[in-house]
Design a protein around this ligand. Structure first.
Ligand code: XIL
Length: 398
């Protein structure tokens, strides 16, 4: 079938995914595409898991918006990227404007993370634990977390997430880290800082909010991805869109957009440990771009009336051409990728014990990882689920 996720998996990725937001759930033409696992193998709730949605006032938790999306994704057999736990934005004023001491703010973070990660325990392939800790110059944002706790809030948050769901992959997620610059260097230092604190970090999410004609070159994208994977973490493009600076876009601007999308997808395919690509919604009607970048738009793969654009067709063609025969190049690069992950798991103390918790025979829960190269445990799915291979290095109890 010529659908993005099927083709992406054939080319060696774990998934091709999309963000989905709550308002679009009432559009049945939209949901028929969003929750079609041949098209999208992975879903990220666009807003429903953010702090203002989940804990709008202290100790009052509301999972309705997140669950409305995650239950549909689960029913469709789609992987979840869960987004996000600690971010300066969409943060309720009771947190940002509170008068905290070190210990009271640590307690607020622990309570929030423990509740939310426990609610979704076993369901999230990955969590974006800390989002956008860096400003556009690559300095730490002077938000409430940094102002009270300094950089220590970052490993602190990862530690709390690891304790609440040992099987979720824990990511740092940011934008403008997709190419060389002060911000990429600072993000690399965040990963190193978490690792040197002995705390588990599994991945870096590169958001990938690009502009048609100004998307970084494939070589510079690959180089940035590799600067993270060299540290033993996996990477993914987590929020890809390529916006038009002026709309409506001409035919040639749409072709350039197609080229730019393919550049990004092909960069991911070129790097072992780049596990997948997520578009930040797939349909212009629900894109965040026009309301955020004035005058820009048409950033997604489908038009606002759900017609596929040249970018869709070009990605599909590219993925088809990159499809690997069994035993071909991508398979061997995945093998290497998995052993890299294994190494990082064994060296980080907090992760070493994690798989054991979930690995007892017959106790791995629904949606949990149960196998794949680099998965350091031997266990079985709890009844009535069976361990289904998703790809070389990921099997899930389904
Ligand atoms: C955006 C959502 O798409 C919008 O609906 C919301 O109004 C603002 O946030 N980086 C992120 C995402 O990590 O959470 C943001 O999502 C886009 C930028």
């Amino acid at each position: 079938m010529v659908s993005l996720n099927s083709l992406a998996k054939g080319a060696g990725l774990l998934y091709f995914g999309t963000a989905v937001d709550n308002p679009s759930l009432s559009n049945s033409a939209y949901t028929a595409i969003a929750f079609n696992s041949s098209e999208f193998g992975q879903i990220t709730p666009a807003n429903g898991q953010k702090w203002d949605s989940v804990e709008p006032s202290q100790n009052t938790f509301n999972y309705a918006n997140g669950d409305a999306i995650t239950t549909k994704a689960q029913a469709a057999g789609q992987i979840l990227r869960c987004h996000n736990l600690v971010w300066y934005n969409q943060l309720p004023s009771w947190v940002s404007g509170g008068s905290w001491t070190t210990s009271t703010l640590q307690s607020v973070i622990t309570t929030h993370i423990t509740n939310e990660v426990t609610h979704y325990k076993g369901k999230c392939y990955a969590w974006d634990v800390v989002n956008e800790a860096l400003d556009d110059s690559g300095n730490y944002r002077t938000d409430v977390f940094y102002n009270i706790l300094g950089t220590s809030y970052i490993p602190f948050a990862f530690n709390a997430a690891a304790a609440a769901d040992p099987s979720a992959k824990l990511y740092y997620n940011d934008y403008n880290i997709e190419y060389a610059g002060a911000k990429l260097t600072a993000a690399i230092n965040i990963v190193k800082g978490i690792q040197s604190a002995g705390v588990k970090i599994d991945g870096v999410g590169l958001q990938g909010h690009f502009i048609v004609g100004s998307t970084p070159s494939k070589a510079s994208l690959i180089s940035a991805l590799q600067s993270f994977t060299a540290l033993g973490v996996e990477v993914a493009y987590t929020e890809l869109d390529v916006r038009q600076s002026s709309v409506p876009a001409s035919a040639s601007a749409q072709q350039q957009q197609a080229t730019d999308y393919v550049t990004v997808v092909s960069a991911c395919l070129s790097v072992k440990d780049c596990v997948g690509v997520t578009v930040w919604d797939f349909d212009d009607q629900y894109s965040w771009v026009p309301s955020t970048f004035s005058g820009s738009g048409e950033a997604d793969l489908w038009s606002s009336n759900l017609v596929k654009k040249p970018a869709y067709t070009s990605i599909a063609s590219f993925l088809k051409s990159a499809a690997t025969a069994p035993g071909a190049t991508a398979t061997s690069s995945l093998t290497t990728a998995a052993s890299t992950i294994t190494t990082s798991v064994t060296t980080a103390p907090s992760i070493t014990s994690a798989p054991a918790t979930t690995a007892a025979v017959g106790t791995i829960g629904h949606w949990n990882q149960c196998g794949g190269q680099g998965f350091a445990s031997a266990g079985a799915c709890a009844s009535p689920y069976t361990c289904s291979t998703i790809n070389t290095y990921y099997a899930q109890c389904l």
